[in-house]
Design a protein. Structure first.
Length: 703
């Protein structure tokens, strides 16, 4: 069976991804383009006796790219040996924005690759000509196949598919733009190196040879030599070409006075006068984010509880049918617990991306990005960073995944690096327990003292994130111009099929990508907390037995005491003792050290670790946790372990520290390197340590 590659190319918001979903359905695969972290979406479909692989390329406005995402399109189209090089191109063009969208179409025509133009969004088109008449006129003028379609109503998709049966008929019948004598001379000279006759292809090589990795170093030097002998200036030539193309496109679009109005245009303008207002816009956006934030908690609580209960039931069931051996503990406490730690995030991730996708599909998210871009730019971020930072209030994992919409790599990386500093829901149990040791109960008017401290911790995280972002702005080299270019589309009802595929893709990406690392780390942590030197573990058992007899402890109390002793004797306990000299200046003892180590799997583990260490019993009973922790004294003194100085120091540590292996795993996946999660872990660790040290030393001197 013949196998052909079809690349889907278009401007952002042209409906390219929607068409990809319609063509491929569930036959999709997500990977990365070679050498970069940009996702590569591929899918298969069959027509008659031919099998097609559709490749959804990143959205771009022209073949003169401004970001790493856009460079992928130029890199593929200038390298016939690339695995993604197309046998044919479907160019998705918004019928309601023809003038802008035809720029890239004209460049693709000049590359002389089989091409069909899909005029999308005919369902919201209101021009003096019919969509069919526009398509016929463009087809006659451009010399390529033009088909009007609607991805929302799935109109004419079958006709579009049928056009791919014989791709030889899709070759452009003529070029769009004649090169200047200077550019033609350069193209002819470069053709001797590339062995390609297409003049526009060789002109693109002249423009991009410095960063195209499929051009050899020797050829790059020769191309540079060819250019140096002419008056060719890269940026100037790009501008000249763009203007020349628009000089042809503008009269073509405006022919027969074609007013491209859009249904809902008036509504869009009215809404934008409010939603993008300098003062009302940010308030409305924060209201929308508040609703999203509340929805994530309200809607995810039940399914998360169900998932946790299922894994608890599964663990109990396995223990009831398997022998009490080490491999049973490994399966239940290591593998199953690790898997549960992955899957329990699914409701939050699903709800978050469902809401974000709905906002994007409706056209609202573009307005939010536009609103906050000026502020974010001052800190080395992007308007799109606002969504990720606010999402981090629920969980940093989906927040980091949402940065894929940021095209500038430096701004995306900075957002990834600082997002975990925003206090997430996992910190809430820690804050709730420790705040009680810092401030007394009471209120100042309607304001609760502990509530104010709680809010202050969140504000401290936000300040830390913005300050860190500014430092990254100074330190990171930016090889791309930092500006925001996006289209503000008309408001429209979401395409539910597109919403489904987008959410599915992101959820599966988390489960498969980050999940593998999380499970492995969970198994390692289980081993460290469950085993230790044989002599130390045996001593723990003997001491527990002696104390149980001496104090007449019941079975549950004995079990809790043994668990506490075993943790102290385990490898994790030895690590706690080992790091105690390092954390002592922060006011922490070795027991807190164990809690810190175990909570690196997930911050919320801290309360459970404290419950186990102090033999508290029900780890979900926070009052009991606070009560028992409040009775702990430092050996041989009357000083409480969790005095205000230590407690506030520990709070500051949890505000800044990277204590979430899941987040580290996702950062690794999104950056495609261990370098950045290592830097993230270290710089947040330094912030946590220094902040805790200063806090403890100051508080100790005051109290």
């Amino acid at each position: 069976m013949q196998h052909l590659k079809i690349c889907l190319i278009g401007n952002p918001n042209s409906g390219k991804s929607s068409l990809f979903n319609i063509l491929t359905g569930l036959n999709q695969k997500v990977s990365n383009f070679p050498g970069v972290t940009v996702e590569k979406k591929t899918g298969n479909f069959t027509l008659q006796s031919k099998k097609f692989t559709a490749i959804d390329l990143p959205g771009t406005y022209s073949l003169f790219p401004n970001s790493k995402d856009e460079k992928i399109v130029s890199r593929i189209l200038t390298n016939p040996n690339d695995l993604a090089y197309p046998d044919a191109i479907i160019y998705i063009c918004d019928l309601n924005n023809l003038e802008r969208h035809l720029l890239l179409a004209s460049q693709l025509i000049d590359l002389n690759i089989p091409l069909v133009i899909a005029l999308n969004m005919v369902d919201i088109y209101e021009g003096t000509e019919t969509a069919e008449a526009v398509a016929e006129r463009l087809q006659s003028t451009l010399g390529v196949k033009v088909i009007p379609i609607s991805t929302r109503k799935i109109d004419n998709i079958d006709i579009l598919k049928e056009s791919l049966i014989d791709i030889a008929k899709l070759l452009p019948k003529k070029s769009f733009l004649k090169l200047t004598p200077r550019d033609e001379g350069i193209a002819n000279s470069i053709s001797l190196l590339t062995q390609k006759e297409n003049k526009y292809y060789n002109k693109l090589i002249a423009h991009h040879h410095e960063w195209l990795d499929h051009i050899t170093r020797a050829d790059k030097a020769e191309i540079k030599e060819i250019i140096s002998k002419t008056s060719f200036v890269n940026l100037k030539s790009q501008i000249e070409e763009t203007f020349s193309r628009f000089n042809i496109i503008t009269p073509l679009v405006n022919k027969k006075t074609l007013p491209l109005s859009i249904k809902g245009d008036k509504l869009t303008y009215k809404l934008d006068s409010i939603l993008t207002n300098k003062w009302l816009g940010p308030i409305i956006f924060l209201g929308v984010m508040l609703v999203m934030f509340q929805s994530i908690f309200a809607w995810s609580e039940l399914p998360m509880t169900v998932i946790e209960n299922l894994f608890t039931w599964a663990g109990s069931s396995i223990r009831s049918v398997m022998p009490a051996m080490w491999y049973t503990d490994l399966l239940v406490d290591g593998l199953l617990a690790g898997l549960g730690g992955v899957l329990v995030f699914i409701p939050q991730i699903t709800i978050l991306f469902l809401i974000i996708t709905l906002l994007e599909e409706s056209g609202y998210m573009s307005r939010a990005v536009y609103l906050f871009d000026p502020l974010m730019q001052k800190f080395g971020l992007n308007g799109r960073s606002m969504v990720a930072l606010i999402s981090s209030g629920a969980c940093a994992i989906p927040a980091i995944m949402s940065t894929r919409t940021i095209s500038n790599w430096k701004e995306r990386l900075t957002t990834i690096m600082v997002s975990p500093l925003i206090s997430c829901s996992a910190r809430i149990p820690v804050y709730t327990v420790l705040v009680a040791f810092v401030v007394p109960a009471g209120s100042w008017g309607p304001l609760n003292y502990r509530g104010l401290v709680f809010m202050g911790l969140y504000l401290l995280g936000i300040i830390g994130a913005m300050a860190s972002a500014y430092v990254f702005k100074v330190l990171l080299k930016n090889d791309e111009p930092s500006f925001l270019m996006l289209e503000l589309p008309v408001y429209k009802a979401p395409l539910w099929k597109n919403v489904f595929f987008t959410v599915k893709e992101k959820v599966l990406s988390f489960i498969i990508g980050a999940g593998q690392v999380i499970v492995l780390i969970s198994i390692l942590l289980w081993f460290l907390a469950s085993y230790g030197p044989s002599a130390a573990m045996e001593k723990a058992r003997l001491e527990t037995s002696a104390i149980s007899v001496e104090q007449n402890l019941n079975e549950q109390q004995t079990s809790q005491l043994l668990a506490s002793k075993k943790i102290e004797a385990s490898y994790a306990g030895h690590l706690g003792k080992f790091i105690e000299p390092t954390i002592k200046p922060l006011g922490f003892d070795w027991k807190i050290g164990i809690a810190l180590l175990t909570s690196f799997a997930a911050r919320e583990v801290f309360v459970g670790a404290m419950a186990t260490i102090y033999s508290i019993g029900d780890e979900s009973n926070e009052d009991s946790v606070r009560s028992k922790m409040n009775k702990e004294y430092r050996p041989g003194t009357t000083i409480k372990v969790f005095n205000p100085a230590t407690s506030l120091s520990l709070l500051i540590f949890y505000v800044f520290a990277m204590q979430c292996m899941s987040t580290i795993a996702v950062t690794k996946k999104e950056t495609n390197s261990w370098k950045w999660p290592a830097i993230q872990f270290l710089y947040m660790g330094v912030l946590a340590y220094v902040g805790s040290f200063i806090t403890y030393q100051l508080m100790s001197s005051i109290i």
